[in-house]
Design a binder for this molecule. Structure first.
Ligand SMILES: Cc1cc2nc3c(=O)[nH]c(=O)nc-3n(C[C@H](O)[C@H](O)[C@H](O)COP(=O)(O)O)c2cc1C
Length: 437
């Protein structure tokens, strides 16, 4: 966030009275809630500074729109702030930029109080809204909107931009052109609770902004980039996300920083050129799986156009390895079977792979075993769950690989490399069956 212009904070103070809304611009109010004591969000994000649930009211000459709501347990503050700036019978639209419960918690009650309001959401939000409202879904005026569609509030209007998978399929952004405010829900959000609300007044939340991207948006990098392409043409003066500070000082810097985060991957390795990259990663107690890993590595190296790297996971940090996996074209994971399972380090790595874009990469599994040999199939199942493609059945050997099995390991590696280069590999020997028999 070095590029973001952060003004020094004045003496600590709050812009927020107990139930008071906060003005963003003429006719636009924050009616959200603060959650300073939260320390873990969605189970996956640490929130040292708590968070906020930002919701907004926009008033035009022909009525009022509500943009998002708050987590259910904060409904009282939300309704109190709403009532300070609008009557329920004035609400013409309720915009749902994203249907995660922290934004829709107060929605069922809001609809009971303003049943005449039209609900505007992306088409992919419909099944989520149906699941949230159940039978009440049929009683309300619900309208899916997509990019280019707009609604009028008289002297102003709201325009919609469908931005799927930042970070749920339903996500959209809402543009209030006459105030140049972009409501982005989770995009550009941070878990950082500060009652001063605006980024030129709050404490320094750069770590929270980056952590939020890393935990929430990183698995959807390419979708984030598409969303930024769509939004960057807008001449926005303020970004109003659903968590953390409202970005009115230098808002474009946050878009640029997000683009950098979304595209910041390790570059091509030295001398790698247009080569494909295959990572062979293993854990081994007695050297049997290690021997197989070396053979797979050696075989893959024989195939031109592939750069092969070998890692003993026992001595590796996960984070840099994940950075490598993110830019690799394929990974082969090896584990012995210990107590009917793959070993924990391998599970830890595969669990952490949900944080990166792994879909579509080549995957393969291998390992040594003594009698039951479950690990290889377990790894394959997990890799398939992560949406990797597994062109070769996993390779298992009983105890230390024999000379023939090492040769098969090399052939396995070579076939994986050939798959990576789009060349038809030689026909696989079914060593899995032979070894298991
Ligand atoms: C504590 C322990 C538990 C094991 N449990 C299993 C098991 O449940 N099923 C199996 O097939 N082999 C089991 N084995 C055998 C190992 O999979 C086998 O020794 C393998 O060759 C080890 O490979 P490595 O040298 O790569 O670690 C176990 C070995 C140990 C030491």
């Amino acid at each position: 966030m070095a590029a973001a212009p952060f003004a020094p904070s004045p003496a600590p103070r709050s812009l927020i009275g107990p139930d008071a809304p906060v003005v963003l611009a003429e006719g636009v109010h924050w009616i959200g809630a603060l959650d300073p004591d939260l320390r873990s969000f969605d189970v996956i994000v640490r929130t040292a500074n708590g968070t906020s649930y930002n919701a907004y009211v926009v008033r035009g000459t022909a009525g009022v729109a509500i943009i998002d709501t708050v987590k259910a347990e904060f409904s009282a503050a939300f309704f109190a702030r709403l009532e300070a700036v609008a009557r329920y019978d004035e609400i013409r639209f309720i915009v749902l930029n994203h249907l995660e419960p922290d934004h829709t918690g107060a929605l069922p009650e809001l609809l009971r109080r303003a049943p005449q309001a039209q609900v505007l959401l992306s088409p992919r939000g419909l099944p989520l809204l149906r699941a949230l409202l159940r039978e009440a879904f049929e009683h309300y005026d619900i309208r899916p909107v997509t990019t280019g569609e707009a609604v009028s509030l008289g002297d102003c209007g709201l325009e919609f931009f469908t931005t799927p998978y930042v970070h749920w399929p339903d996500t959209q952004c809402t543009w209030l052109a006459h105030r140049r405010i972009l409501f982005t829900c989770d995009l550009f959000g941070s878990h950082f609770c500060d009652a001063r609300l605006f980024n030129d007044l709050t404490g320094d939340f750069r770590p929270a902004f980056e952590h939020y991207f890393d935990r929430i948006m990183r698995p959807f990098r390419s979708f984030v980039t598409e969303a930024l392409d769509l939004l960057e043409t807008l001449d926005f003066a303020m970004i109003a996300p659903s968590h953390g500070p409202i970005l009115r000082a230098g808002p474009r810097a946050y878009l640029q920083r997000t683009r950098t985060l979304a595209t910041a991957r390790l570059g091509a390795g030295p001398g790698s050129g247009a080569e494909k990259s295959l990572l062979v990663i293993y854990v081994s107690a007695y050297g049997a799986t290690a021997g197989l890993a070396q053979a797979i590595h050696d075989g893959a190296e024989q195939e031109p156009g592939v750069r092969v790297s070998l890692f003993d996971l026992e001595g590796a940090e996960l984070a840099p390895l994940l950075d490598l996996i993110e830019v690799a074209d394929g990974i082969a994971l090896g584990s012995p079977t210990i107590n009917g399972d793959a070993v924990r380090r391998i599970w830890d790595l595969m669990a952490a792979m949900t944080d990166i874009e792994a879909r579509g990469k080549l995957g393969a599994a291998f390992g040594s075993y003594g009698w039951s040999g479950e690990a290889v199939r377990m790894i394959e199942t997990r890799l398939q769950g992560l949406k990797l493609r597994l062109p070769e059945p996993g390779l298992r050997v009983r105890l230390h690989p024999s000379t023939d099995e090492l040769a098969e390991g090399r052939a396995f590696g070579r076939r994986l490399a050939a798959h990576l280069c789009g060349r038809a590999p030689e026909r696989a020997l079914d060593v899995t069956e032979a070894a298991a028999g």
